[in-house]
Design a protein around this ligand. Structure first.
Ligand SMILES: Nc1ncnc2c1ncn2[C@@H]1O[C@H](COP(=O)(O)OP(=O)(O)OP(=O)(O)O)[C@@H](O)[C@H]1O
Ligand SMILES: [Mg+2]
Length: 246
């Protein structure tokens, strides 16, 4: 694909005071998100009760209010989803890494997404290297990251398409390519896709990619992207490999 590349990686050179400030802020944001959860659930519960009262009313004016109640409830649910995603994102800390097979993890995710792919008319094509070296992984977190990427790919192919999933050994590591024939990204989206809460979807929280990146980097890995509007997108994940057993 003749496309622009967008990369990510750990900025090891980041000065410590900056990192400390960042971590304090992240901690604060996590607490804030947590504090918002309780009052929000009270609002949600009361809006449900109000809804029940209005449903029983005969008065047309009161029944009209139901539409507004519905909007408030939908927005409550949206905020609850965002908070849940955000807290998951903020809580990702050091992971317990054990040796495992990247092929196995991606295979599980593809199976879990098969129904969604079928519904969207997306064909999944696998080229999984059977001799792939093992890597150190936190399998739940890694699956969550892969799931976000596969879901994004399927969501980018509303009118059907093809998702090629390829694994192969690289020098000192392993790589996973996810290549979709979806809508691709314009420059603005490509610049901002890894920012928390950046989303072009009506129901998206915009935490899928930043979460995936955080998880991949916690594995010592890197995620890079090539994309072209109208043609598709290729995400490449690279991880350090474990030495092969003799
Ligand atoms: N494979 C892809 N093809 C085209 N655009 C993509 C792809 N993956 C990500 N994007 C773009 O990047 C944006 C951010 O993705 P991200 O996964 O972080 O959030 P989201 O999918 O919008 O919402 P969420 O994952 O929280 O439901 C998306 O809204 C979309 O515009
Ligand atoms: Mg997503």
């Amino acid at each position: 694909m003749d496309t622009a590349s967008y990369g990510s990686g750990n900025d090891e050179a980041a000065a410590d005071p900056v990192r400390q400030q960042y971590e304090e802020l992240a901690e604060l944001a996590g607490s804030l998100a947590h504090e918002i959860k309780n009052p929000l659930s009270v609002i949600h519960m009361n809006i449900d009760l109000l809804d029940e009262d209005l449903q029983e009313s005969e008065s047309p004016i009161r029944r009209r209010a139901l539409d507004k109640v519905d909007i408030v409830r939908q927005q409550c649910e949206r905020m609850e989803r965002m908070l849940a995603d955000f807290l998951r994102f903020a809580r990702l800390r050091e992971m317990n890494l054990t040796p495992g097979s990247l092929n196995e993890q991606i295979e599980r995710v593809l199976r879990a997404c098969q129904a969604q792919a079928d519904q969207a008319g997306v064909e999944i094509v696998r080229y999984l290297d059977p001799d792939l070296p093992r890597i150190l992984m936190g399998s739940d977190a890694l699956q969550a990251a892969l799931m976000n990427l596969v879901k994004n790919a399927i969501e980018a192919m509303d009118d059907g398409g093809q998702l090629v999933v390829r694994t192969h050994a690289t020098r000192g590591g392993v790589a996973l390519d996810l290549i979709d024939t979806g809508e691709g990204m314009d420059d603005n989206t490509a610049m901002h896709m890894f920012e928390p809460f950046y989303s072009t979807k009506t129901a998206g929280t915009g935490l899928g990619l930043p979460t995936a990146r955080k998880i991949i980097e916690a594995h010592g890995g890197r995620i890079t992207v090539q994309t072209e509007v109208g043609r598709g997108t290729k995400f490449t994940l690279a991880f350090p490999a474990l030495p092969r057993l003799a």
